[in-house]
Write a new protein. Sequence first.
Lengths: 250, 361
Amino acid sequence: MSRAGEDVLFKCLPPGAEPQAGRFPGPAHARGKWFAIDIHCHVRCEKATAMVEGNTAVSRWFLETSASERSREVNRQNGIRTRLQGSSPERRIEDMDRMGIDIQAISPAPRQTYYGADPDLGREASHATNDFIADICGRYPERFVGLGTVPFQAPELAIAELERLHKSLGFRGIEIMTHVAGEDLSAERFRPIFARCEELGLLVFMHSDGFTEAGRLAGHYFNNVIGNPLDSTLALHHLIFGGVLADHPN
Amino acid sequence: MLFKCLPPGAEIPGRFPGPVHARGKWFTIDIHCHLLTPKAAEMVACHSAATRHPREEYANERTREVNRQQAERNRVQFTSVENRLADMDRMGIDIQAISPSPNQTYYGAEPDLGIATARVVNDNLADVAGRYPDRFVPLGTVPFQAPDLALAELDRLNKSLGFRGIEIATNVAGEDFSAERFRKVFARIEELGLLIFMHPTGFPDARRFADHYLVNVIGNPLDTTVALHHLIFGGVLDDHPNLKLVAAHGGGYLPAYSGRIDHAAAARPDTCEQIHRMPTTYLKRLYFDTIVYTHQQLEYLVGQYGADHVLMGTDYPADMGEIDPIGFIEGARGLDDNERRAILGANAARLLNIEIPRRPA
């Protein structure tokens, strides 16, 4: 439904058509002018996906469960379209070269943190994802830096995985979600994890996965458009007002 | 400086009335201030659906205790007209555009109770404004939950009571304003040229907001944010381009992060199926109050949306309000006096059709 002379909203373009908003890779920039590190970019670990397949309690994610049928359809199409970009480091390097990105600090696709998994599955999926990221970084050490994941839902296992990814895999940071399967990050039981992150000097990259109570955000892809910044907002409030940042200033 | 307990009677920072400003330097209209109608509160006392309010529902014990103390402390300010006038005189406010205390929209009430309470609230506002017509302009309420009754009350408050605007909440007992059944209410508001002051009533799904008063701190700007998205993407503002809508608390989070909605509309087909222009086109038609606490944010709103789209507000007499609105706007060094004049009163005068009194020569 569009009228002549109106603004350019989303339009369906033929496959292969020239750049469209939100489609990677974007326009070309030569490398070398700036030293460029992308702190926010994701890889998808197919092995971890396979481990949780069929386990809907784990594989479900808020962006998916709260979305309208129309949005799910678009998500499916996008999933197919970006599959190679999510998993192939070679394809990724091609895009980085075009866009002028020297280094990607790659983190797991947000849904792959699997905080809803039971502890053992959580640990195994984290292992697989971290090993996958370590492998990419090992093959192209000058182009990728790994941000891992730890099973927050099981703090002791999370601490063990923190040690492993830092000491054995050499990671200097992790990705965390904005809540742990609905539980806020300020909960007492997560404190040892933050204490250990601080001690090890790891960077924490916090990424949201939609909002948990998204009944009113089903249409118009609102649980991403509103829900993602909202859940980051909420998590930051809990980290601040809950005293986590007061107790762990570093 | 965090909140400190002070002895009874001591002046607590952040409590109305704020510092003294003489009237006359500026013509000032407060677009965001509330009046409580005790009679309507009594009418809903036994109706839990009508009084359900996230601010109470999602509050820990400590917050409920603070809420009780605050309600007791500012009850007089919420209800007494004479106390209110004294505070306005002290703070340099010429006119208050008084709207119902936000929880008095009672959208959760049965239709009959909803229309009855709306009438009582509107009659109370009309009475106050009638007694001091040069100091108060009323913004009424209509029972959105029952659109036909809302239409009738719209006509009554405009034609019989002479109201030039209404307050609306940010959802109708959980239902969003983009729902088809509300369209005729918006159509009539547009036709009558009424101003809409949109004020949040907290976020209804606030399980994770119970601590630290987050149900208000986040929930209020959030619910405004959600409501504005629905009005834009749901096509309400596309169909009713002449609505004059003022969003409270600086419009919540959306005006500061509006790039995301245009990006979404360009990147995803499922976002923009009910609109014909880029989403920020509609956002730029809206108006925002000045309850944003920092000059940086105020100047950002003015820079992005224009000084003619920003209106002075206080949230009187609530504790999250701005007690020194004139000082706040005078102190914003990025604004010039024409912009200050517009924000302090001229914009509201234009939108509410209020004649700006001529200064004595």
